[in-house]
Design a protein around this ligand. Structure first.
Ligand SMILES: *Cc1c(COP(=O)(O)O)cnc(C)c1O
Length: 502
C-alpha cells in the first residue's frame, strides 16, 4: 500500500515515509492510493481478539511496509498504559424506544494516560515513527514541536517520553490553559521532553511553531546538531490510522454485547473539530464495516454543519470559545482527505478548493460531490445549553456521566433520531473523561462551581457521582513540577535550538 498527495500527482511513497514527512511538499495531505477492503469474515475473526491484536491486524491493511511482528510490538507498547484491559470499552446504555436520547454504545476512548481520546493515536504514533526511522535509514534525531491549547501537548509528551531517537517540545500559552492541563504538562517525566510557557495566547504559540518550521536558517542550524523537525498534529497519517481501529473494535463490542448481529448496520456519532476522528470512521466504513450514517456533531462553531447542509465551507465567521474547547476550530484540516476520496482522487479539484479556502476563506463543492456526501453524512450543531442538558439527562437516566465533547455527539444523535426516526444502533464517540472538564460537568449536574479550584472540583465530582477520578488526574495534586521555563514569542527559536543541542 502506497501513499500519494491530495493536491497533485506525486511519486508514491511508503507509509513509513508518509509518517515521517507528515505533510506533502505541495501542501497536501498523504492518503492511501486505495482504501483496503475487509470482509465480514475477517471482521468476525477479530471478535475474540484483544484490542492490541485487532489493532495490529487493521493497521496491517494500511501499513504494509511494517511486519505483523512489528505492528504487534507497536500496539503492545502503545496500549500498555491504558487503565482498563479492554483499552477502548463500550458502555451499553440500554436503549428505550421512548427515550431517543439513548445511544446504544458509548465508546470510551479516554482510558489512556491523559484521559482524552488523543492518547489512542498519540501513544501509537511515536512507536510507528521510531520504526519508520529505521525503515528509511534516518540517523538523525527527530524533534517533535507542538503548540497546544491544552490537550494535545500532554498527549504528545506522554506518547514521546523516553522514545529513542526522538525529542518532544511543547509550547503552551502562559495563563491560557486550565490549572489541570498545566499541571499535566509541567509534571511530565522523561529525559527527552521540554515544556515551555509562552507569554502570549495560543495563536502566538502556533504562529511561533509554524515560523520555526518554515525557517531554513533554523533548520540548517538544527541539521548541524543532527536534529530534524517533525510534527505530531492530526494531519499526520500516523495519527489518523490508529483511530480507524476502534470503530471495528467498537462494532465488535456491540456484537459481543448482543446489541447488534454481525453484518447489521449501525450509525456512528462523532464530536468533531479537525475532522480526524470522524474521517477514521469514514475509512472504516469504506473498508467494509457495516455503517449506515456518520453523524458529524459540531458545537456552535458550526462550520462543518453548514458545509454538509449547504455544500459551502466558509470559515469567515465569528469564533466562539465554548465548554468544548477541543472542537473550537474553524479549519477542519482532515476534510481535505474526504474530498480527495469522494472525488475519486481528483487532485486538481481538491487543490482548487484548498486554494480558494486559503485566499478567500471559503469554497463551494459541486452538486455531484454534495450528493455523494449526503448519502454518507448527517451534520448537526449543538448549543451549550443543549450540551449541559444532555449530560444531565443521560446521567439521570443511566447514571452514566458524559464529558462535554462526548455530550455534543449524543445530543446531535438525539436530534438525528428525532428528525429521521432512524433508531438503528449507534456507536457514539466518548472523547474525554468527564473529569477533564469538571467545571461544565458539575454545572450540568446543578452544582455551583464559580471560584472553586480545579483540583477541588475533581474531588467534588467524585463525591457527587461516586465515579473514581482517573489515576493520572488524581495524582496531580502531589506530582512534582519539573518544567518552569517561560519565554517571549521572539525567543521561541533560540529555546528550540538550545533544547535540540542538549
Ligand atoms: C480533539 C478532540 C475532539 C475533536 O476531534 P477531531 O479529530 O479533531 O475532529 C473532540 N473531543 C475531544 C475531547 C478532543 O480532544
Amino acid at each position: 500500500m502506497n501513499y500519494t498527495s491530495t493536491r497533485s500527482k506525486i511519486k508514491s511513497i511508503s507509509s513509513a515515509e508518509a509518517i515521517l514527512r507528515g505533510l506533502s511538499d505541495d501542501g497536501g495531505l498523504f492518503v492511501p492510493e486505495k482504501i483496503p477492503k475487509v470482509t465480514l469474515d475477517e471482521i468476525a475473526a477479530l471478535k475474540d481478539k484483544s484490542y492490541e491484536q485487532r489493532a495490529a491486524i487493521i493497521l496491517g491493511k494500511f501499513l504494509t511496509d511494517y511486519t505483523a511482528d512489528e505492528l504487534g510490538e507497536c500496539t503492545e507498547l502503545a496500549y500498555n498504559f491504558f487503565d482498563v484491559p479492554a483499552r477502548v470499552p463500550v458502555a451499553i446504555l440500554i436503549q428505550d424506544p421512548n427515550n431517543p436520547v439513548a445511544p446504544v454504545g458509548e465508546m470510551e476512548l479516554f482510558h489512556g494516560p491523559t484521559s482524552a481520546f488523543k492518547d489512542v493515536a498519540l501513544q501509537m504514533l511515536p512507536q510507528l515513527m521510531r520504526m519508520a526511522l529505521t525503515k528509511v535509514g534516518e540517523t538523525k534525531e527527530i524533534l517533535i514541536l507542538v503548540a497546544t491549547s491544552g490537550d494535545t501537548g500532554k498527549a504528545a509528551l506522554a506518547g514521546f517520553a523516553d522514545v529513542p531517537q526522538t525529542k518532544v517540545m511543547v509550547f503552551y500559552p502562559d495563563g491560557g490553559v486550565s490549572k489541570i492541563q498545566r499541571l499535566q504538562m509541567v509534571t511530565q517525566r522523561g529525559s527527552n521532553v521540554n515544556v515551555t510557557a509562552v507569554r502570549g495566547n495560543f495563536d502566538d504559540c502556533q504562529n511561533g511553531v509554524k515560523k520555526i518550521f518554515g525557517d531554513t536558517k533554523i533548520r540548517d542550524e538544527l541539521d548541524k546538531l543532527g536534529v530534524k523537525l517533525s510534527s505530531a498534529n492530526s494531519i499526520n497519517w500516523g495519527r489518523l490510522v490508529p483511530q480507524i481501529v476502534y470503530y471495528f473494535s467498537g462494532y465488535l463490542e456491540l456484537v459481543k454485547a448482543g446489541q447488534v448481529k454481525l453484518g447489521d448496520k449501525i450509525n456512528v456519532s462523532v464530536p468533531t473539530g479537525n475532522f480526524g476522528n470522524i474521517l477514521a470512521a469514514y475509512y472504516a466504513m469504506k473498508m467494509g464495516l457495516p455503517i449506515h450514517k456518520l453523524i458529524c456533531a459540531s458545537n456552535v462553531n458550526d462550520v462543518l454543519t453548514e458545509f454538509f447542509k449547504t455544500g459551502t465551507y466558509n470559515r469567515n465567521r465569528k469564533f466562539h470559545k465554548t465548554i468544548t474547547p477541543s472542537m473550537d476550530i474553524l479549519i477542519s484540516s482532515n476534510l481535505e482527505r474526504l474530498l480527495y476520496h469522494e472525488t475519486n482522487g481528483d487532485v486538481k479539484q481538491v487543490a482548487r478548493y484548498m486554494n480558494e479556502l486559503s485566499s478567500t476563506g471559503k469554497y463551494k463543492i459541486d452538486r455531484k460531490l454534495k450528493e455523494r456526501l449526503d448519502k454518507i453524512f448527517y451534520a448537526e450543531a449543538v448549543t451549550e445549553d443543549e450540551t449541559l442538558d444532555i449530560i444531565k439527562r443521560v446521567y439521570d437516566s443511566f447514571k452514566y456521566l458524559l464529558d462535554t465533547h462526548s455530550a455534543v455527539a449524543v445530543s446531535a444523535l438525539s436530534k438525528y433520531r428525532g428528525k429521521t426516526k432512524d433508531f438503528m444502533p449507534v456507536l457514539s464517540a466518548g472523547t474525554a473523561s468527564p473529569f477533564k472538564f469538571t467545571g461544565a460537568v458539575l454545572k450540568a449536574l446543578g452544582q455551583q462551581v464559580d471560584g472553586v479550584d480545579d483540583l477541588k472540583q475533581l474531588h467534588l465530582l467524585n463525591v457527587l457521582t461516586n465515579i473514581n477520578v482517573p489515576k493520572n488526574l488524581a495524582a496531580l495534586s502531589t506530582a512534582e513540577v519539573l518544567h518552569s521555563d517561560v519565554c517571549d514569542f521572539d525567543e521561541m527559536p533560540e529555546r528550540v535550538i538550545k533544547f535540540a543541542g542538549k
